[in-house]
Design a protein. Structure first.
Length: 260
């Protein structure tokens, strides 16, 4: 074993050996630590590499074991691909390509299940009738909830690129509300006639939109239509066995399957 070397990769410190770093001489790291390419130092004298520090752990582990080990819920494949391309470790490039093919095959067969709930609640708000005159008003509001589960993480990302929350005058992708790669819960309201725009923000009420169609989802019927459109464009079809026809027609449960 050679003497330990501490690397500063994008602010994260790693300690390894020279033999590990030069285990693939034709790679970028092999060239850097064999003296072919000059290395930079940080203020502590550690070798500095201006790349993503978090992702480097997978690069370093491959140098140690010759295996690409990723967590089951790994979500940064694009970033890893760019880092692998930078370091130019040919066996790692090939291992990543094999991993991507494996993940692609796993994604082809998929199930999508959506459970829907709807209720009516009364919302109270003030209406400005004149500069110094306000009146209290109330109206019934439809409140929707959709619990979405899919074995395809990529489909939920696709859904997130189409559905947006409208809140405080801004649209934001539902992707940021993913609880985990396979689950998503949506809560939104229908627009209420006469409810001032600022009241939606005050009462923390989100509305749901489809982009780029710029279409507001004010009912479960519209929601189901839009989800079916997105899912079927991705190869899903209605599961004829589940749920019961009455549940599907009443917009309580949507279950779709995909075989490729």
């Amino acid at each position: 074993m050679s003497e330990p070397i501490t690397l500063n990769v994008g602010g994260k410190l790693y300690t390894t050996s020279l033999s590990t770093l030069t285990s693939f001489p034709d790679s970028m790291l092999g060239a850097m630590f064999s003296g072919k390419i000059p290395t930079k130092k940080d203020s502590q004298g550690n070798c500095f590499i201006d790349r993503d520090g978090k992702i480097f752990r997978y690069i370093l582990n491959f140098l140690r074991t010759s295996h690409l080990d990723l967590p089951e819920d790994f979500q940064e494949m694009g970033l890893l691909r760019r880092e692998v391309d930078f370091y130019q470790i040919q066996p790692l490039i090939e291992a990543l390509q094999e991993k991507e093919v494996e993940l692609s095959k796993a994604e082809k067969n998929a199930m999508l299940n959506i459970t829907l709930d709807q209720k009516t609640q009364t919302v109270h708000f003030t209406v400005r009738e004149a500069p110094q005159i306000y009146s209290l008003s109330s109206s019934n509001m439809e409140v929707f909830s959709a619990h979405i589960f899919s074995t395809s993480c990529l489909f939920l990302k696709l859904l997130g690129s189409k559905l947006y929350y409208c809140f405080n005058g801004n649209l934001s992708s539902i992707s940021s509300y993913l609880q985990d790669p396979n689950h998503l819960t949506l809560d939104w309201v229908a627009s209420v006639e006469g409810l001032p725009e600022e009241e939606y923000t005050k009462q923390n009420l989100k509305r749901l939109w489809v982009v780029p169609d710029n279409k507001q989802i004010n009912s479960f019927q519209v929601f189901v239509e839009e989800v079916l459109k997105i899912a079927m464009s991705d190869g899903f079809c209605i599961d004829s066995a589940h749920p019961h026809t009455s549940d599907f027609m009443n917009n309580k449960i949507i279950r779709l399957i995909r075989y490729k």
